[in-house]
Design a protein around this ligand. Structure first.
Ligand code: COA
Length: 280
């Protein structure tokens, strides 16, 4: 079967379960709420086979500023290497460029082979650390639990570090049951933890220094009653060493890439954990 017999379709809220089937097959951590965010705020597309089964997906998620995200690029096992991902990503690129935005994404190693062919350049690498904080390992907590009304402060700090405004996403995270948020004592940083399908997802973590970020990470992980994933740029070796000492291991690595641009957006010196590869 070739992609000629498949149809590109726009996905909406009715397709959340079909999207979940694809991300779950790949072992990913997304929840229905994550998929729903793409359906509501982005252009989410896919391929259905002749039986109507969703066999591939991708989403273009515009952010406020210079760039938007390409995410949820998934092709079910028996439909791979037929150019489906390439076609969907090309459509996402066209969508974002049509809005005047540079396409950015966080690539798995498999994905990076597709995206390099399309002109994406690597900006920096980050590691997904996985582990469980054991009781009694926490020495000190930094920061204070947040009220939801402080979302604007968090969104502003996130924008500085990340490089684009994603208030809608921050508000979505904060509105979800099970989300935990902290601000640094000096008010110059924050950290979020949300529920995932397989594990809690920590991030973003934004701070003025690695020491301050470590305090936030400590407090954040201490509040997670189970396995946590946290995606940390490889430059932050002290945080990596701290996690390794507590039994965390690197599950996989990702590369942040942008179409035709190797220089990172925002202020990488303040970005200590990303929101997750699907959101940046
Ligand atoms: C990565 C993924 C989306 C690729 O989907 P796909 O439809 O098979 O990709 P395409 O057919 O468009 O591949 C285009 C080119 O990328 C390269 N490529 C794609 N998958 C590759 C692989 N596993 N190994 C090496 N090269 C690969 C090849 O050059 C390929 O061209 P070719 O088949 O003519 O050699 C799919 O393997 C997948 O869903 N993987 C699991 C989830 C994932 O990692 N998604 C990416 C998130 S960033």
């Amino acid at each position: 079967m070739t992609s000629d017999s498949l149809n590109v379709v726009d996905l909406d809220q009715a397709d959340v379960a079909a999207g979940m089937a694809l991300s779950t097959e790949a072992g990913w951590n997304q929840t229905p709420e994550d998929w729903s965010h793409f359906m509501a705020n982005g252009a989410t597309i896919g391929f259905r086979n002749t039986e109507g089964r969703l066999v591939a997906s991708a989403a273009a998620l515009p952010y406020g500023g210079a760039f938007g995200y390409v995410a949820m690029v998934l092709v079910t096992q028996d439909y791979r290497r037929r150019g489906l991902a390439t076609q969907l990503v090309n459509r996402c690129i066209a969508d974002l460029e049509g809005r005047g935005l540079t396409p950015v994404l966080d690539a798995t190693d498999e994905g990076a082979t597709v995206y390099r062919n399309q002109g994406f350049l690597g900006q920096f690498a980050f590691d997904r650390w996985q582990g469980v904080m054991q009781q009694g390992q926490v020495v000190a907590k930094s920061g204070t639990a947040l009220e939801r009304r402080e979302a604007a402060q968090i969104a502003a700090l996130d924008k500085q570090a990340f490089g684009a405004d994603r208030t809608a996403l921050i508000e979505d995270f904060l509105a979800r049951a099970g989300t935990f948020a902290m601000v640094a004592e000096d008010g110059d940083g924050f950290a979020l933890l949300r529920t995932g399908r397989r594990a809690y997802q920590a991030g973003p973590v934004v701070a003025e220094s690695e020491a301050s970020a470590l305090g936030l990470v400590e407090g954040l992980l201490a509040s997670a009653p189970g396995t946590v994933f946290i995606d940390i740029p490889q430059v932050w070796r002290r945080i990596g060493a701290w996690l390794a000492e507590r039994g965390f291991t690197i599950q996989r690595s990702f590369t942040r890439m942008a179409l035709g641009r190797a220089e990172a957006f925002g202020d990488p010196a303040k970005l200590f954990a990303v929101a997750g590869p699907e959101f940046g």
